[in-house]
Write a protein that binds this ligand. Sequence first.
Ligand code: ZN
Length: 375
Amino acid sequence: MPPEMKVPAGSGRGPDARSAHGLSIKTMVPTECDTRTSRATNRTLTQSPFNDTAVTYHMRGWHPFPLWDREAPDGLQARGKKNPPAGVTGREGVNATREQIEGWRDSGRSFNIGSRMPENVIVIDIDAYHGGLETIDELESKLGSLPGTFFVCHRGDGSAHRYYRVPGKRVWKNPGKGVDILHWGWRYAVMPPSIHPDTSQAYTWYGANGSKIANQAGPRIDQLPMLPKAWRDYLDTGKDPNAKAAKVDLASVEVRELLTAWASYDGPCPHMMDALREALATTTGGRHDVCMRAQMKIIRYGEAGHSGAGTAMKALRSWFFDALGKDRDPSSEWVRGFTNATQRIAASPTPEDRKGCMEVVVLPPLDVIVIGGQA
Ligand SMILES: [Zn+2]
């Protein structure tokens, strides 16, 4: 336990300074972060937090994507904190690429910004309204004080996102009332300088000393302090992070029915095109793995309401069969691939509020990528 240390209000607290037990979180929240006093604070609100900061975030090791709210009235959609693009979050998620990020940025639209957590970062999401500060107090008395770190807040009640580095890819648990642990496989964080839809306050980064940091596109991952070992041991579920995803055991007729429901034969949306292009551009490594990955993505996009999954599967099939057909019959691999993908996707359906496509880039002509004649 750190020694008791009186910290006068308003004094500078360095990154290594620790306040007395139980005060560390509450006293960390600077008055500027308090919406009860900060209404008059002159804060520059950006029209599109994503467009202004996403590439910088990405260069610093984060996995940013746009957030919006399709239910919000026109003009306010860009202040939403929902609707991340399909496939870039969760256990089965694949981190957005620099090209995808630039595509969203250059789409001519405005968005808030979110990020999936890197595998070696967790966020301690403290919700003061639901008892999070009390939960943290209890945990600190058991596990020791949390070190000062970069944190984000947008409300004035002590709620905050506190960022810590952790060793590698683990599955973390939520420790109690009002405290969630955001990690690579679960949820995502709304990042500064996003605008909160209800309060119109900007999410804001603060440093360990409680002052707003100059660059609101976040710290680099290696600038975050390591979560202390007692906390890591306590929060680690011990579950295998690479455990195979759950599957629903489906008969082949059920697989076909689901695919028919999910896969449309209209023009593929930009996401679908990305998944397909990624496979077709692969010239190294086994085509089998590339094909299985692409099937998973395409079917997931289809299930999530993106257009053209059927068209994309047809093109992928031609590519796979043309490449392998001379050496071996790829039919059973092909069928096993989409059966496996369908069973896994059926086991974790896309939530309704995340369904649908954000059409953000102009489609190239289809004949650029559809190769091979037969289906
Ligand atoms: Zn789409």
